[in-house]
Design a binder for this molecule. Structure first.
Ligand SMILES: Nc1ncnc2c1ncn2[C@@H]1O[C@H](COP(=O)(O)OP(=O)(O)OP(=O)(O)O)[C@@H](O)[C@H]1O
Ligand code: SF4
Ligand SMILES: [Mg+2]
Length: 375
């Protein structure tokens, strides 16, 4: 039991300094047991959803977490917000170890760490008014802002670009983008220091996505709130996050400053993800003619991930060493401080993919070469 979890009453105290990150995650592991057998079910294995994650988030910073479906992004988000209990590793928030803190011990910081979910439809109670939805975190935490809760809710509605007069409306009266704004207002109600946004725009129309991303960016800049922004799309993170981490099968395989990651990716998987980013999002002078890399095959099962480097079954550079030894996440020579890569045979610091290295998915290749049968 951690007895030292009680935080200072003032919100300003220890609000994360240049020396001390707001959030430090170290060696974080989450394994979900897999049950099998009949008639008595036993644990026969584990989904290694998150398997040894290290990351830090500074106060006010936006940290992007990117990777394909199933690589453990949401699990990471739920561990950080302590909706899940880690199997191993530590989560330190403002200098306090909260890895295994009880609900009671978490109470003082519950308000400071909030989550925004992917689906604005299912994450709002359809039977509650917008006013009730946004004010309930204040009620639960016994917070009475000066001027009253209703005034605060109206203020929050205004901040997120909704009409304060819509206080008494129900979620179904709003569009998808507006509902996500309600979710943002609810997350802001307790003046958090950290928001974990789990694919906050994936469920929205493309035309609405930019508006919500702009709102989150405004919130981050003007209110100085740190974000862990989860996405499978590197394009969105590029606009939002100062630092980006790329995940693959429960591990971070590359992390660094946005510019360093986008201009000088060293891990083959980051190259592959970047090659899928539409060029239209890049400014003219920084848009090299990237070859599109199609990753062959599916992501292996997290129940029995490949030995050594987990990306090796899909990597065009894989050699024997990749199966035998797990590559450590380290700073390669020539890279900026803080740009770490886990690969035995990293790419040259250039974004241009080389022709001979490109693995084409056979089905996609056939499609592109017009080899498919006419309908
Ligand atoms: N409660 C659970 N019990 C068992 N397995 C789980 C549980 N939650 C997640 N998993 C598994 O853990 C792995 C990581 O899942 P997670 O949801 O974190 O991935 P993700 O990166 O968020 O994917 P997506 O992009 O699809 O949201 C997946 O294989 C998933 O099936
Ligand atoms: S370690 Fe080997 S398999 Fe893994 S990404 Fe690097 S080259 Fe590919
Ligand atoms: Mg997810």
């Amino acid at each position: 039991m951690k007895e030292d979890l009680v935080l200072p009453a003032t919100r300003e105290a220890g609000a994360g300094t240049a020396q001390e990150p707001l959030l430090t995650v170290s060696g974080l592991v989450k394994h979900f047991p897999v049950k099998g057998g009949f008639p008595i079910k036993r644990t026969v294995g584990a989904v290694q959803a998150v398997d040894g994650l290290d990351l830090t988030v500074q106060a006010g910073e936006s940290f992007g977490l990117v990777g394909e479906s199933g690589c453990g992004k949401s699990t990471t988000g739920r561990l950080i917000t302590r909706l899940l209990e880690p199997t191993a590793g530590t989560i330190t928030y403002r200098g306090r170890d909260i890895s295994h803190a009880t609900r009671k011990q978490l109470a003082p910081i519950r308000s400071e760490i909030q989550m925004i979910f992917q689906d604005p439809y299912s994450s709002l109670n359809p039977r509650q008014t917008v006013g009730k939805i946004i004010s309930s975190p204040m009620e639960i935490n016994g917070i009475d802002p000066a001027g009253g809760r209703e005034a605060r809710v109206r203020e929050l509605l205004e901040i997120v670009g909704l009409n304060p007069e819509h206080y008494n409306r129900f979620p179904h009266e709003f569009s998808g983008g507006q509902r996500q704004r309600i979710g943002v207002a609810r997350a802001l109600a307790l003046e958090p220091k950290l928001i974990v946004a789990d694919e906050p725009v994936s469920a929205l129309d493309v035309s609405i996505q930019a508006q919500v991303v702009n709102l989150l960016q405004k919130v981050q800049n003007e209110l100085g709130i740190a974000f862990v922004f989860i996405a499978h799309d590197l394009a969105i993170v590029r606009h939002f996050s100062q630092r980006v981490a790329v995940m693959y099968l429960g591990k971070i395989i590359e992390v660094g400053d946005r510019d360093s990651i986008y201009a000088r990716p060293r891990h083959p998987y980051t190259h592959a993800l970047l090659s899928a980013v539409p060029e239209v999002t890049l400014a003219e002078e920084e848009a090299p003619q990237r070859e599109r890399i199609r990753l062959a095959g599916d992501v292996p099962s997290p129940i029995s991930p490949p030995s050594g480097c987990r990306f090796r079954t899909r990597c065009w550079k894989a050699q024997d060493k990749c199966a035998a030894e797990e590559p450590p996440l380290i700073q390669l020579s020539g890279n900026r401080a803080g740009h770490l890569t886990a690969c035995h045979f990293p790419e040259e610091p250039s974004t241009e993919a080389r022709d001979e290295d490109i693995v084409l998915d056979p089905a996609l290749a056939a499609l592109e070469e017009g080899k498919t049968e006419a309908p």
